[in-house]
Write a protein that binds this ligand. Structure first.
Ligand code: SF4
Length: 737
């Protein structure tokens, strides 16, 4: 392994060892909670649409809404300041604070993390105390947050007890979560009462009334806002929404998306400046601040790159984010290593690449961008339907171009018919050009397989290209699926066919997993579909370069694939796809890569193979022609992208209809994620992500099924037994031509 890759692998290893268990327990718990609470929500999709529409409108009309907000805040008696960048915002807040004292309490503001406001205030002699419990823990530990919603989620309660006991030396020492919380509450209340200024963030700010909405799981944020005489709210400009009524869908969605809570513990609305609160419930007439005239409110809206993001076609959607953290909680890699690996200077998790690229710059985003595998599991989790994988792909493409130094990638030269810049990481270039590698591998098999498996070749691949030595490499077949079909032809005469379909020979099915391609042909023919597998359609979909952030190359391949499929579509054939990630390219990413009409045509005529079989059976095809299950128990793991598209249910339905007793996996990801698990620096992480799958399926000897190529490879590595594509199970007669 190269030094750079070794450094990355070591960092991941350390985080897996030290923080992995706490991160996994908390994020998986939040993620499970999200499924449970949203399952009970009949209007979930409609609410998401509503929330997205509000954000789309707000970002579109942002300058106008900010002016409306200014009027509202000023007529309430407050001040609105729009800061261009971090320095501008810090200076304004520092002036407000130092004119009023030197003690600040602060709560609930990622934006102030982005500004590094604490450091700035402390440099001006101000004493800053975080009042959010997690942030306070991190302030004491002198650590950075690891999650947008749960900043100290990487710490167990035992480690927090250890920290508090060492730092405060309480007598008796603290141990239970309740003792820790009570101790923190008492300490923080003293600081809040003594503070000159309270600083908070804002989850939403409404332009119509100047209302600040704070969503929290503790009461300290509202105390911070209302107890000190001066309240400063610091928020990104994107937090502005038109009206108080617009808060409704977010109120419904945010707690469920973040932690799985049906209703968040605290949802506070302030239209400041507001009257001083009473000191205690038994003295309700005595306000905490004696002089109502001293109440002050400053709203600081921070731009810091957001206006540029608004103009940026790829990054604009990032501004719709409501920072719920669901994308992090649903991400297999994040569940294993957390935000100290999967994050930049400020933001962590799936959407962090967009934030970091926008507010901190490409360098910060580049540090962790590769941890997004594009599996797309965050897409249905996001309450505002942001296409997070696409943002990550677009940023990866920019990072690739920024890295271009014209260096000569000698090991993969000749295998790279792309137009990407020199200096692109060799592993990316190799995996991005898998189609060429596969053609070369099939033409020269079995020699190519023997050479690739030899010890010197594996060492060189690990050292120079970054292919993990621990991984079994795909074995290329001399006789491809297209070769086989050319010599065999179709077994269903046109006059006997109920439908005609082209089986798309994706790179893997054509060159490596030929048997599953043959099985797919036999299953479809058994159901009276006339199948063709023309040589001209044996072209890459663009999926491989896309996952490496090679967008120009992916676009070129998508256009070539469209050209190859067009004659089939003209002939009225359906397109049947075996590899789910290729179908996901047709149905999702082609929208970004092809003109709208072409995208609609290809995506509208393409089907995942078991989805197609399901449709045939539903429409009267004879299931008796397929191989029956006779109650055989099988374990099934659906592919990530297949699940995002909602297609896993078809496979389960077909298997059950044919008499198989199916147990489905309940993990987000197998950990392999295409080329990700093959990369040396990510091998250990890939296996760790797969561990829950190993725990679920590893105990018994049931047959294991998986829809994706990389899932099959990973399951075989995790379970040390073979895994198969479900279509192979259904094929009526494997000895047939
Ligand atoms: S991108 Fe979506 S899921 Fe992720 S934090 Fe933002 S709103 Fe939540």
């Amino acid at each position: 392994m190269s030094e750079a890759r070794e450094g990355k692998a070591e960092k991941l290893h350390r985080l897996l060892e030290t923080e992995g268990d706490a991160v996994a327990e908390n994020t998986r718990g939040f993620n499970r909670g999200r499924y449970e609470s949203t399952d009970d929500l009949p209007a979930y999709e409609a609410l998401k649409d509503e929330a997205r529409a509000i954000k789309e409108d707000a970002i579109e009309r942002l300058p106008e809404l900010i002016e409306e907000l200014r009027e509202a805040v000023e007529s309430n008696g407050g001040t609105l300041y729009v800061a261009d960048d971090a320095a501008d915002a810090n200076e304004y807040v520092r002036d407000v604070v130092t004119e009023r004292g030197d003690r600040v309490v602060k709560s609930k503001s990622m934006t102030t993390e982005e500004l590094e406001l604490n450091e700035h205030l402390e440099g001006a002699g101000v004493d800053v105390t975080e009042t959010d419990l997690g942030e306070w823990v991190l302030q004491i530990a002198d650590e950075a947050p690891s999650h947008i919603v749960g900043p100290a989620l990487h710490k167990s309660s035992e480690s927090i007890a250890e920290l508090f006991n060492a730092h405060f030396d309480p007598d008796p020492p603290l141990s239970t979560p309740k003792e820790l919380t009570n101790f923190a509450r008492d300490m923080l209340l003293q600081d809040i009462e003594a503070a000159d200024v309270g600083i908070t963030g804002a989850n939403f700010v409404t332009a119509d009334s100047g209302t600040i909405a704070l969503v929290t799981s503790e009461g300290n944020a509202r105390k911070t806002a209302v107890v000190p005489d001066t309240h400063v709210a610091v928020a990104g400009v994107e937090k502005v929404i038109p009206s108080v009524e617009d808060l409704a869908p977010f109120l419904e969605l945010i707690g469920k998306s973040a932690t799985g809570q049906d209703v968040t513990s605290y949802f506070s609305l302030f239209t400041p400046p507001i009257a001083s609160p009473p000191v205690a419930f038994d003295r309700p007439d005595r306000p905490m601040g004696e002089d109502p005239a001293r109440r002050e409110f400053h709203l600081v809206l921070v731009d810091n790159g957001r206006t540029a993001m608004r103009e940026d076609e790829d990054l604009r959607e990032t501004l719709y984010c409501i920072r719920c953290g669901a994308c992090a909680n649903s991400c297999g890699n994040f569940q294993s290593v957390g935000g100290h690996a999967f994050g930049g200077e400020t933001y962590t998790g799936g959407i962090a690449t967009g934030w970091e690229a926008g507010v901190e710059g490409l360098d910060s985003a580049a540090e962790f961008n590769d941890l997004c595998t594009g599996c797309s599991r965050c897409v249905p989790a996001c309450p505002v339907k942001i296409d997070i994988p696409w943002i990550n792909t677009a940023v990866r493409d920019r990072v690739n171009h920024a890295d271009g130094d014209g260096s000569f990638d000698f090991l993969v030269e000749g295998l790279t018919p792309d137009e990407e810049p020199g200096g692109l990481a060799p592993a990316k270039r190799l995996f991005g050009n898998f189609e060429t590698l596969a053609k070369w591998g099939s033409r020269t098999a079995p020699l190519s397989n023997w050479i690739a498996g030899s010890r010197p070749a594996r060492w060189a691949m690990d050292r120079f290209v970054g292919v993990a030595a621990e991984r079994e490499l795909p074995a290329f077949q001399r006789r491809t699926l297209v070769d086989w079909f050319e010599s065999r032809g179709s077994c269903v005469a046109p006059e006997d066919a109920t439908r005609e379909a082209v089986l798309y020979p994706d790179v893997y099915t054509n060159h490596v997993a030929v048997e599953r391609g043959k099985a797919a042909v036999r299953v479809l023919e058994a159901l009276e579909v006339r199948v063709v597998v023309p040589r001209r359609t044996a072209v890459g979909s663009g999926r491989a370069p896309l996952s490496q952030g090679m967008v120009d190359t992916a676009r070129r391949q998508a256009e070539r694939c469209r050209d190859a499929l067009e004659p089939e579509l003209d002939a009225g054939r359906d397109v049947v796809v075996v590899e789910p990630s290729d179908l996901a390219a047709f149905r999702r990413e082609y929208e970004k890569l092809l003109p709208a009409g072409d995208f609609e045509r290809v995506s509208g005529s393409s089907y995942e193979v078991l989805e197609y079989v399901f449709g045939l059976l539903e429409n009267g095809a004879d299931e008796g022609r397929l191989s029956a299950g006779d109650d055989e128990p099988v374990d099934y793991h659906a592919h990530c992208q297949q699940r995002t598209l909602g297609l896993d249910e078809h496979t389960v339905a077909v298997l059950e209809r044919l008499g198989y007793d199916v147990t489905t996996s309940d993990t987000e990801c197998c950990g392999m994620a295409g080329s990700f698990g093959y990369k040396s620096e990510y091998y250990e992480l890939s296996m760790d992500v797969g561990e829950p799958l190993q725990q679920q399926f590893g105990e018994d000897e049931r047959r294991v099924l998986a829809s994706g190529t990389s899932c099959v490879d990973q399951l075989e590595a995790l379970l040390s037994r073979p895994a198969t594509h479900p279509i192979e199970l259904l094929a009526p007669d494997s000895s047939a031509r």
